[in-house]
Design a protein around this ligand. Structure first.
Ligand SMILES: Cc1ncc(C[n+]2csc(CCOP(=O)(O)OP(=O)(O)O)c2C)c(N)n1
Ligand SMILES: [Mg+2]
Length: 588
C-alpha cells in the first residue's frame, strides 16, 4: 500500500506539486461541500481517508462511534437537522451492512445522507474477497432499493465529480441517501484533481396554472385540510406555510413524525396525522372534501394504513405537492399534482390571494378544539402505578428550552411525547423533532447525541427498555466527544408494543416479548453519564432540572407499570376486549 502523503511527494514546480493522496482529496471534497462532521467506525479499507481527516482535523470532526448502526443514525439525524447530507464512514461488508439501518431510515424519511464505504482492492474484486459485498445489489439503486444512488469511484481523478454528484443527488427532489464505494487501492493513488464547488439543492417551482387551479379548488371547497410534512422544510418555508394557512384560515395537520413542521401552538393547528391518531382527527381527514398535502409522501402511517385516504383514488379531492416528480401519482392519483420543493411551494402559496371570508371557519375552529381536547389525558387509561406520564410530559414542556431537540426510536414509549408534547418547531427557527418515520428501534439515543454534537442545543431522548439497548453503546461516543443528552428510559420490562399487539390478536399468549433488564442507571454511570432511577412522578422534576444543569449527560430510568401500555387504555383492557371478541367468534 502506498503511504506517501502530499507533503512527502511535493516538489515545487513539478507537475506533482499539487498532487495528493486520493483519500486526502476525498476529505477536501467533503470540506468543499461544507461538511463539518463525519460519523463512523474506522476500518483498514479506508486508512487513506482517515489520514485525510487527520490532516484536516481543524476543519472537520470525525465522530468515532461504537457501532455503524449508531453512526449511520447520527449521520441521518445530522441530515434532518441541517438539510445538508449527513456523512457516515464505514468499512466494507460488516461495516456497510451494520450501517444499512441508517441508510434505510434516510430513504424512508427523505433525509439527505452520504454513506462512504471503504471497499476491497480492485484486483481482488469478484472473488468474494475478505468482507466483499456487492453494494449495488445490497442497497438497491432500483426503485425497490433503499439508496437513491450507489456508485463506486474507480478513478482517483474523478473523486470530485462523484462527491459533487452524491451531494446533489442526496438533496435534489425527494432527499435521500447515496452510497459511495471506495476501493482501497483507489484511495492510495496520487491525484492532482481539485474539489468541485459546493452544490445546493435545486428548487422546483409550481407553474402558475396549477396554482390557479388550486385556488379554484379551494374556493369550491367546504372542508379543506392541509397535511404538512416530509423532508426539505426550512424555517422560511414553515413561516410561509403559516402565512398561507392564516390567509385562508385553513386547518393544518402535521404528517407522522413531522410534528415540528407547523407550530403546535397556533390556533390553526389540527394535530398530527400519525400513529395513535386522535380519533376525531381521523374522522376529520375522512370527512374533508379537499386534502392539500404539502410535502409528505402520504405513506402508510400518515394515511391510517391507506384507509383515511383510500389508495389509489381517495374519496376526498387531493392536491399533492411534493419535491419529487416520481412521488406524485405514485401511490395516490391526485386531482392536482404539483412538483415543487417546500421553499418554492410555500412561497407560491403564501401569495395566493384569499377571499375576505371563507366557508369553513367553524370547521377550522373545531379542528383546533379537537386537538386541544386530545391534549387532556384519556380518563379510561386510568394510569396504574405511581408514574403519571402526561404529567411528566408536562414537566418536559415546562423546562426544556424552546429549541430543545426531541428524539425517539420505536416503541409505545414514544406515544406519550407524540400525543402530549407541543412543538413550536421550524417556524421559530429550529427543527425540534428527530423521529424515524421508518419506525426503526435504536434511533433516539444516537440521534440525540448527534444533535448535541452538531448543534450544542439541549438534546432530549425518550427511550424504551428495548429501544435503548439497540444503541445504548453510543453513550460512550457522547462522553468521548464531550456531548450530553438527557434520556428518559421507560422501563416496563417488555417489548411493550409487541406485547400489546399480541394481546390484541392472541390474548394471554405472551411470546418473545418479555425482557430481563440490566440496571440501566448503573449502566449509564459505567459509560460516564449520570444515572438515576425513579418510581414516582414527584421525583421527576428535580431529576430533570439536575440533568439540565449537569455538564455530562443523564439517563433517568422510569419504572413503568406494564399495565400502562398506551395513552388511551391499559394492557388488561386490551386483553379483555380481545377475549370478548374471541369468545364471540367461537359462539358464531
Ligand atoms: C430495528 C427494529 N427491530 C424491531 C422492531 C419491531 N419493534 C417495534 S417497537 C418494538 C418494541 C419496543 O420496545 P420498547 O423499546 O421496550 O418500548 P415499549 O413498547 O415497551 O414502550 C419492536 C420489537 C423495529 N421497529 N425496529
Ligand atoms: Mg418496553
Amino acid at each position: 500500500m502506498t503511504v506517501a502523503t502530499s507533503s512527502s511527494i511535493s516538489s515545487p514546480g513539478s507537475k506533482l506539486a499539487t498532487a495528493q493522496l486520493a483519500g486526502h482529496l476525498l476529505v477536501d471534497c467533503l470540506l468543499a461541500q461544507g461538511v463539518t462532521h463525519a460519523f463512523g467506525v474506522p476500518g483498514e479499507s479506508y486508512l487513506a481517508v482517515l489520514d485525510g481527516l487527520h490532516a484536516r482535523r481543524d476543519k472537520i470532526q470525525f465522530v468515532t462511534c461504537r457501532q455503524e448502526g449508531g453512526a449511520a443514525f447520527m449521520a441521518e439525524a445530522h441530515g434532518k437537522l441541517t438539510g445538508r447530507p449527513g456523512v457516515c464512514m464505514v468499512t466494507r461488508g460488516p461495516g456497510a451492512t451494520n450501517a444499512s439501518i441508517g441508510v434505510h431510515t434516510a430513504f424512508q424519511d427523505s433525509t439527505p445522507m452520504v454513506l462512504l464505504v471503504g471497499d476491497v482492492a480492485s484486483d481482488c474484486r469478484d472473488r468474494e474477497a475478505f468482507q466483499e459485498v456487492d453494494y449495488f445489489n445490497f442497497f438497491g439503486p432500483s426503485t425497490k432499493g433503499f439508496a437513491k444512488r450507489v456508485e463506486r469511484i474507480d478513478e482517483a481523478d474523478r473523486i470530485p465529480e462523484y462527491v459533487a454528484r452524491a451531494f446533489a443527488t442526496a438533496m435534489n427532489g425527494r432527499p435521500g441517501p447515496v452510497v459511495l464505494v471506495l476501493p482501497e487501492d483507489m484511495l492510495t493513488r496520487m491525484t492532482a484533481a481539485q474539489p468541485l464547488p459546493r452544490v445546493e439543492a435545486v428548487q422546483a417551482w409550481s407553474d402558475p396554472g396549477s396554482l390557479r387551479t388550486l385556488r379554484e379548488m379551494l374556493l369550491k371547497s367546504e372542508r379543506p385540510l392541509i397535511i404538512a410534512g416530509g423532508g426539505g422544510w426550512t424555517p422560511q418555508s414553515a413561516q410561509a406555510l403559516q402565512r398561507f394557512a392564516e390567509n385562508w384560515k385553513l386547518p393544518v395537520g402535521n404528517a407522522f413524525r413531522f410534528q415540528d413542521t407547523f407550530d403546535n401552538h397556533h390556533p390553526l393547528y389540527a394535530g398530527d396525522v400519525g400513529i395513535g391518531l386522535n380519533p376525531k382527527l381521523a374522522a376529520r381527514v375522512k370527512a374533508s372534501d379537499l386534502i392539500i398535502a404539502i410535502g409528505p409522501r402520504l405513506g402508510e402511517m400518515t394515511t391510517g394504513g391507506y384507509t383515511l385516504l383510500q389508495a389509489p383514488r381517495p374519496a376526498q379531492k387531493l392536491v399533492h405537492i411534493h419535491a419529487s416528480a416520481e412521488e406524485l401519482n405514485r401511490v395516490y392519483q391526485a386531482d392536482l399534482a404539483i412538483n415543487a420543493t417546500m421553499n418554492a411551494a410555500a412561497r407560491s402559496l403564501e401569495v395566493l390571494t384569499a377571499p375576505v371570508s371563507v366557508a369553513w371557519e367553524a370547521w377550522t375552529a373545531s379542528a383546533n378544539e379537537d386537538y386541544l381536547e386530545n391534549l387532556k389525558p384519556t380518563p379510561s387509561a386510568n394510569l396504574p402505578g405511581d408514574i403519571d406520564m402526561p404529567a411528566i410530559v408536562g414537566l418536559l414542556q415546562k423546562h426544556l428550552p424552546l429549541d430543545a431537540v426531541l428524539t425517539n426510536g420505536a416503541g409505545n414509549f414514544a406515544s406519550w411525547v407524540h400525543r402530549f408534547f407541543r412543538h413550536h418547531g421550524l417556524v421559530k427557527g429550529h427543527k425540534t423533532q428527530l423521529a424515524p418515520t421508518v419506525g426503526a428501534m435504536g434511533y433516539g439515543v444516537p440521534a440525540g447525541i448527534a444533535a448535541a454534537i452538531t448543534t450544542g442545543r439541549v438534546a432530549f431522548t425518550i427511550a424504551g427498555d428495548g429501544d435503548f439497548l439497540m444503541n445504548g453503546q453510543e453513550l460512550a461516543t457522547a462522553v468521548q466527544h464531550g456531548a450530553k443528552s438527557i434520556i428518559v428510559l421507560l422501563n416496563n420490562g417488555m417489548y411493550g408494543i409487541i406485547r400489546m399487539h399480541q394481546e390484541r390478536e392472541y390474548p394471554r399468549h405472551e411470546s418473545g416479548s418479555r425482557l430481563n433488564n440490566p440496571d440501566f442507571a448503573g449502566l449509564a454511570r459505567a459509560y460516564g453519564y449520570a444515572g438515576v432511577r425513579i418510581t414516582r412522578t414527584a421525583e421527576f422534576e428535580a431529576e430533570l432540572l439536575a440533568a439540565l444543569e449537569r455538564k455530562e449527560g443523564t439517563l433517568i430510568e422510569v419504572t413503568l407499570d406494564p399495565e400502562v401500555i398506551t395513552t388511551r387504555g391499559t394492557l388488561s383492557s386490551i386483553t379483555q376486549s380481545a377475549l370478548a371478541r374471541v369468545s364471540q367468534q367461537s359462539q358464531q
